[in-house]
Write a protein that binds this ligand. Structure first.
Ligand code: PLP
Length: 394
């Protein structure tokens, strides 16, 4: 089996499993309890916070633990909206290809009277900083742009966008769920006010993540209750998950240079191999993309059939994001970069893991070539294209 869907989730590292098991067995006290067993859990929790903070260049008090990336996105955007509302600023800027955790939160705010500007993304899958600048108004309270896209893997000009926001005195949030643990991030050096991350995208457990929030910005809690997380998020902390997240992030950051170099080599080999298939196109910029992300559109086929046939051949991939798999609508990300419906339907996302080998990459190339040829053989759309009844787009 070749697992090539690491953007959906990753396998937990041995180290993270070990740390999690150890905490479950030995440090299962409630970190809010004052007796020794509770205080030991508290120490585990605060050590994890300190470690995660250090790994991204933050201070421990700037890290709030959440149930994952979606919650962190919701809380960051809600916080900026509340701060904006209190100042009469109710305009938010984002992009058309964000994760639904961002887009749906913005839709909700729109119903509450906020005005939302969703910037177009260019064909190369990149947001243009000058367009962000042009969209900022006196009543803009937040700009939120993802660090790296989860479907097409493009890495955004975060520093430039952040600098514009800082100059214009507008809060800047980035959904960095695909970037943390995969790209070097240092919030001490990058003009980012809030940043979301999720453990299961960097070999940690599911259901745990964190929100970095720059000192001086008061987070608005989404969950009310006890005083955990300095009143920013009520509920007994997921101590085993948090400890495992810290271990996974440390490992990912330590191995990042060597992992990235290997992944880029494998990614580019895969891209070169798949590009030989006629009437296909790489989605997103070839260079400004995540080390392990390969995303293609193939004309004249259905992505869903492609996935099922690859699965039969032992290759696990995705057509886009896990969230939209199973729905018949083409991906909002592919539409945002200008792919027409027919083309967007024939999409394939392969997101490689660090242990991928050259032989496996070649196996994927062979399998995709075979499946695409086979599906085109049955496809009425392909017949129309080859007979000249319909023009090729790719
Ligand atoms: C996976 C993902 C999320 C959601 O994270 P969860 O921890 O699964 O809630 C948000 N944004 C991006 C870009 C993602 O890839």
């Amino acid at each position: 089996m070749i697992y090539a869907d690491n953007a959906a989730t990753t396998r937990m590292s041995e180290k993270a499993i070990h740390v999690m098991t150890q905490v479950l067995q030995e440090t299962w006290g409630n970190p809010s309890s004052l007796y020794e067993h509770g205080q030991r859990a508290k120490t585990v929790l605060e050590n994890a916070r300190g470690e995660i903070a250090a790994l991204i260049g933050a201070e421990a008090r700037e890290i709030t633990f959440t149930s994952g990336g979606s919650e962190a996105d919701n809380q960051a955007i809600r916080t900026a909206a509340e701060i904006g509302r209190s100042k009469g600023k109710k305009h938010i800027i984002s992009t058309a290809f964000e994760h639904h955790a961002v887009l749906h939160t913005l839709e909700r705010l729109k119903k509450e009277g906020f005005e939302i500007t969703l910037l177009d993304v260019h064909e190369n899958g990149l947001v243009v900083p000058s367009e962000v600048e042009a969209a900022i108004r006196d009543d803009t309270c937040l700009v939120t742009v993802m660090y790296a896209n989860n479907e097409i893997g493009t890495v955004q000009p975060i520093r430039e966008i952040g600098e514009i926001c800082r100059r214009k005195n507008v809060l800047f949030h980035t959904d960095a769920v695909q970037a943390v643990g995969h790209l070097p991030i240092n919030v001490a050096d990058e003009p980012i006010d809030m940043l979301s991350a999720s453990a299961h995208k960097f070999h940690g457990p599911k259901g745990v993540g964190f929100l970095y929030c720059r000192r001086g910005i008061r987070l608005v809690p989404l969950i009310e209750g006890g005083a955990q997380e300095h009143g920013r998020r009520a509920g007994t902390e997921n101590v085993p998950g948090i400890a495992a997240m810290a271990a996974a992030l440390r490992e990912s950051c330590e191995k990042m240079p060597e992992n990235a170099a290997h992944l880029i080599r494998m990614r580019d080999r895969l891209i070169a191999g798949l590009s030989a298939i006629p009437h296909c196109a790489l989605n997103g910029d070839a260079e400004k993309r995540l080390p392990g992300n390969v995303s293609f559109c193939f004309e004249g086929i259905e992505g869903e059939s492609l996935l099922l046939m690859l699965d039969d051949m032992g290759i696990q991939a995705s057509s886009g994001s896990a969230c939209t798999s199973g729905s018949l609508d083409p991906s909002h990300v592919l539409l945002a970069i200008g792919r027409v419906h027919d083309v967007a339907h024939g999409s394939l996302r392969l997101t490689l893991g660090e242990d991928i080998t050259e032989e496996q990459v070649d196996e994927i190339i062979g399998a995709v070539k075979e499946v695409v040829t086979c599906l085109r053989g049955f496809s009425p759309v392909w017949r129309d294209l080859t007979s000249g009844k319909k023009p090729f787009i790719l």
